[in-house]
Design a protein around this ligand. Structure first.
Ligand SMILES: [Zn+2]
Length: 273
């Protein structure tokens, strides 16, 4: 599961903080084109996100990192299993919050009494604090999805990875008023052992998935629905998107899926934290 990540993490070690800061100054990558290759899949096959622009200026060094309040209490391995027993599904929605789409998804989830994990980007959280409030007040859970959605961050220095994770955490903390951030999901699954440990040290369990219908590619509503139904045999955690572009297909597919989950007797759970 993590062999490739360990190798890439080793490669990243030793690079200078100066490089990390330069790389961090990249423009915000488009999430709509970013793929979410599972950790088990070779990285580079499907990653299509815009690469950061080395040498860009204007980003201040990160603030001093505060130690984790619950250091050592969170498992740094990637979670995919449900915290509840029985016939469960764990919905996870990435790349928001988005002022157009996220409210529609929240309304839809409420209609079905369904729960989800919202993997939010730091800048999007900062721009939409009221949506973060809606998310947590409805009983959903927050997940740190980095600042720049750099799906190649696993190939970059640990300092850079740390900054991506903790800068986003700071933005989410401020936007949500300090509500718990349960998980960290690397963009495109670009985890390393070091980034998983950073997340865990700050109370966030690394979050993977079992089911990936590639809804961000807009393959058609019925295709998304069928892929989810077929891939659920692999496990309960479903990756879909409420941000990063036009999410009409994702929305319509989830609408059909929620009806189907209800008919099939699924219970909405969360990944083990
Ligand atoms: Zn994403």
């Amino acid at each position: 599961m993590t062999i490739a990540g360990i190798r890439r993490g080793d490669m990243a070690r030793g690079a200078s903080a100066a490089i990390a800061l330069a790389v961090t100054a990249a423009a915000l990558a488009s999430c709509g084109g970013a793929s979410h290759a599972p950790v088990d899949r070779p990285v580079g096959v499907t990653h299509q996100a815009a690469r950061p622009v080395p040498g860009a200026a204007g980003v201040e060094p990160s603030a001093i990192r505060r130690p984790a309040a619950e250091s050592g209490k969170v498992d740094p391995s990637i979670t995919r299993h449900s915290e509840d027993g029985g016939k469960t599904v764990n919905l996870t929605l990435d790349d928001g919050p988005n002022p157009v789409w996220t409210p529609r998804f929240l309304d839809l989830l409420e209609k079905h009494k369904a729960k989800a994990v919202f993997c939010v980007l730091g800048p999007a959280a900062k721009a939409n604090p009221e949506l973060l409030g809606r998310i947590v007040d409805a009983g959903h859970r927050l997940c740190d999805h980095s600042v720049h959605h750099d799906t190649a961050m696993d190939k970059k220095p640990v300092d850079y990875q740390t900054q991506e994770i903790l800068d986003a955490k700071d933005m989410i903390d401020q936007a949500s008023g300090g509500r718990r951030i349960w998980y960290y999901r690397a963009p495109g699954g670009a985890f390393t052992p070091e980034s998983r440990q950073v997340a865990a040290d700050h109370g966030m369990r690394p979050l993977g998935w079992n089911v990936d219908p590639s809804d961000y590619q807009r393959p058609g509503v019925d295709t998304i629905v069928t892929r989810v139904q077929e891939q659920l045999a692999k496990g309960p955690t479903v990756l879909m998107h409420d941000g990063g572009g036009d999410r009409e297909q994702s929305f319509q597919a989830l609408e059909k899926l929620l009806t189907w989950f209800d008919e099939q007797g699924y219970h909405y759970s969360f990944p083990q934290a």
